[in-house]
Every structure is written in C-alpha cells, then in structure tokens.
Write a protein of this length. Structure first.
Length: 184
C-alpha cells in the first residue's frame, strides 16, 4: 500500500473546529475554504473521519471513506452512507480497513474530529490548516487533542511539521490556509 496522508481543518482564532455543542457553526463556514476543501476531497482516494464529521458536498456520496466508530468490532459496510466502511481502530489496523474498503494507494484525506486527527499526527505528509482569525468560539471543541492548552501551530510543530506560506481563501474575512509539511 502506498498512501499520501493529508489533514484538513478550519479553525477559529482560538483553535476551535466546533462550538460548545460540537457543531461547526455557520460563522466558521466560508465559500473560499469550502471550495478549497471540496476540490481537495475530489482528488483524494479515501476520506477518513469520525461519526460527527462530514463534508455534505455534492460529491460526498461518491467518495470512498472510513468512518471511525467504537460501536462495532468488525469492519463493515455502513448501511447509511454510500461507499463507507465502519472502522474500529481497536479491532483492525488502518491497512486492514483500507484493504476491506478496496483502497490500496492514493491520497488519504483526514477530516476530523480531534481524536481522528490525533491518530494520524505522525503520518501526515501535509496538514492544511485553514484559519478564520475573526471568529471566536469560547468553550468550543479544539481542533486537536491538547487545544486550547496549546495552539494548533504548537501541536503540528511538536509532531515534526513545518509551517509553509499561507494562501488567502477569503480576503474579506482574512481566512487563510497554511500547509504544514513533514520536516525532512
């Protein structure tokens, strides 16, 4: 198996990916970021996320995905989501889940939540961190395990990632995306 691992998240100024009720609020949704995200997922061979993460885009049902769950032990096809495999990492390896889903190569897009991001933290080739500096979500859900005690930048750097140059996604709201790449 030959994979390239990429992570994707948009965060508020305080490092949150969702509000206190674990929902991504409209205040954290921007057309430029949405387009960047959608185009990236269209290129990916596999999407990986938890039960509460999803992208809700026109091509979503066409994308192969692994949905992490603690509810089942065996790898199984999700009866509710087209092209999805339910995967419990405590009972099957990532490679076993990929084989079950019939995915052997390509880009793997990790789209959250925090525990899912954390599982792949030492495997990312690139982590695309979108930031909305004018949005604050007090008491929200941090994008990574350890946020807000540490910033998203500190978490990525602690895992050997180096910050690249940011790209503007929405100039009116100062929304950018920065590639964080594995050093060396």
């Amino acid at each position: 198996m030959s994979f390239r691992f990429e992570g994707y998240v948009i965060v508020s100024a305080d490092g949150m990916l969702a509000d206190a009720s674990h929902v991504m609020p409209d205040s954290l949704k921007f057309e430029g970021d949405k387009l960047f995200f959608e185009q990236a997922l269209d290129r990916a061979g596999l999407i990986v996320h938890g039960r509460h993460s999803h992208e809700g885009q026109p091509n979503s049902s066409k994308r192969k995905r692994l949905i992490l769950t603690r509810r089942s032990k065996a790898l199984t096809v999700d009866p509710e989501v087209p092209n999805a495999t339910l995967w419990n990492p405590a009972h099957a390896s990532f490679e076993e889940a990929c084989a079950f889903a019939d995915v052997t190569s390509g880009t793997v897009a990790i789209i959250g939540g925090p525990d899912v991001f954390d599982m792949f933290m030492d495997r990312y080739d690139t982590f695309w961190l979108s930031e909305a500096p004018r949005v604050r979500l007090p008491g929200g859900e941090g994008c990574f395990v350890g946020v807000p005690a540490r910033t998203p930048h500190e978490v990525l750097a602690a895992h050997g990632m180096t910050r690249g140059s940011p790209f503007v996604l929405d100039a009116a709201h100062d929304v950018t995306v920065t590639p964080w790449r594995r050093a060396g």
